[in-house]
Design a protein around this ligand. Structure first.
Ligand code: HEC
Length: 325
């Protein structure tokens, strides 16, 4: 005995299961399904399960129905018909109420007494659903006007900035949770105040014994000058922190103590010493470091960009010229 209700039960069951999965796993809206495609399989299984429960229940009902005597069967059918009639009666009533309109039999009362070639007009009032929606828009407009035009709650620029700030936090959080995404080849010089502050804290805790608080150098070399033993620039400094200095010199690898984010932070802090004058500078060691490799790379990148740009312009030009010719 298939009824609309049984379809609704199945759909509702799967929907509830989906929502539960979505909101109990803390992945943000709509992310769970992308994150764990296996959940699709779970949902399909649940769907099959719900359908089979419905089938079993209706089969049971059939068997029980057959076991009744004729009189009881008739009574049962009657009761069922009544139930069917009343099914969704609340929704049907609500629908009729919102749709408005007069039943066909009462049309005589609202017909207007003009007649254009047999076309007559009914003086129906507006459908209540439309009227209510209209009232809602009026209320919305009033609230909107007061909130945004009078009290200037927030504007689009503010909304944008908030969203960007939020995303920035998420990026930082992501980086913190996935420190290994930073390595010697993609590490970048950090300039944000909070990164440098974190770098300073790490430096104070681990490095001042050999490099001095102002980077002037002691057991370790001077970090404020442009002379580098192991190479300057964030990528080399990061590598130095990762691998340590030359054997026996005293600069250990910090791999075990610091994660890559922390190394990028303290490395950036070290590079912020560049050009400062420490109290007791140690004599320069190593060679002057110029960001040669980096700037050469930059040029090729720029060149490449120019090339792509000109090809783009060329192709646009041809596209424009062709139809003219
Ligand atoms: C035990 C002493 C000691 C500690 C602690 C120490 N360093 Fe060093 N550091 C050295 C020495 C010695 C060298 C030179 C290594 C070499 O010559 O190969 C060096 C080299 C370096 C260099 C490369 C300098 C260049 O000229 O190429 C950097 C950058 C550096 N250290 C940063 C740090 C940071 C950041 C910390 C803290 C996380 C730290 N060091 C902790 C002793 C130390």
């Amino acid at each position: 005995m298939k009824t609309a209700a049984s379809y609704l039960r199945v759909i509702g069951f799967v929907l509830i299961a989906f929502l539960l999965l979505e909101f109990t796993t803390d992945e943000g809206a709509m992310a769970t399904l992308n994150e764990y495609p296996v959940i699709w399989a779970v949902l399909v299984l649940l769907l099959l399960f719900a359908i089979s429960v419905e089938i079993i229940v209706s089969a049971l009902r059939n068997i029980l129905f057959r076991s009744l005597d004729a009189e009881a069967q008739a009574r049962y059918l009657e009761a069922e018909a009544l139930e069917k009639e009343q099914q969704f009666s609340g929704i049907k009533k609500l629908y009729n109420k919102l749709a408005g309109g007069r039943p066909m039999e009462e049309e005589g009362e609202i017909i207007l007494d003009h007649n254009y070639d047999g076309i007559k007009e009914l003086d129906n009032s507006l459908p209540p659903w439309w009227v209510y929606l209209f009232y809602v828009t009026i209320i919305f407009a009033a609230v909107y006007l007061i909130r945004f035009e009078i009290f200037n709650d927030y504007d689009q620029a503010q909304e944008y900035e908030e969203a960007v700030a939020e995303a920035q936090l998420e990026i930082e959080e992501y980086k913190r949770n996935n420190p290994d995404i930073i390595n010697a080849s993609n590490v970048e010089l950090l300039t944000a105040a909070n990164d440098l502050a974190a770098g300073k804290a790490i430096f104070t805790a681990n490095c001042v014994a050999c490099h001095k608080a102002d980077g002037g150098g002691g057991i370790g070399p001077n970090l404020t000058d442009e002379y580098w033993i192991l190479g300057g620039g964030i990528k080399n400094v990061f590598t130095t922190l990762m691998e340590g200095g030359r054997p026996g010199k005293g600069m250990i690898s910090w791999k075990e103590d610091l994660n890559p984010v922390e190394m990028a932070q303290v490395g950036s802090y070290v590079l912020s010493f560049q050009g400062t004058t420490p109290a007791e500078p140690k004599a320069p060691e190593g060679e002057i470091w110029v960001e040669e490799a980096a700037s050469a790379e930059g040029e090729t990148l720029e060149d490449a960009a120019v090339v792509t740009d000109s090809t783009v312009t060329d192709s646009t030009v041809t596209i424009i010229e062709e139809p003219i010719e």
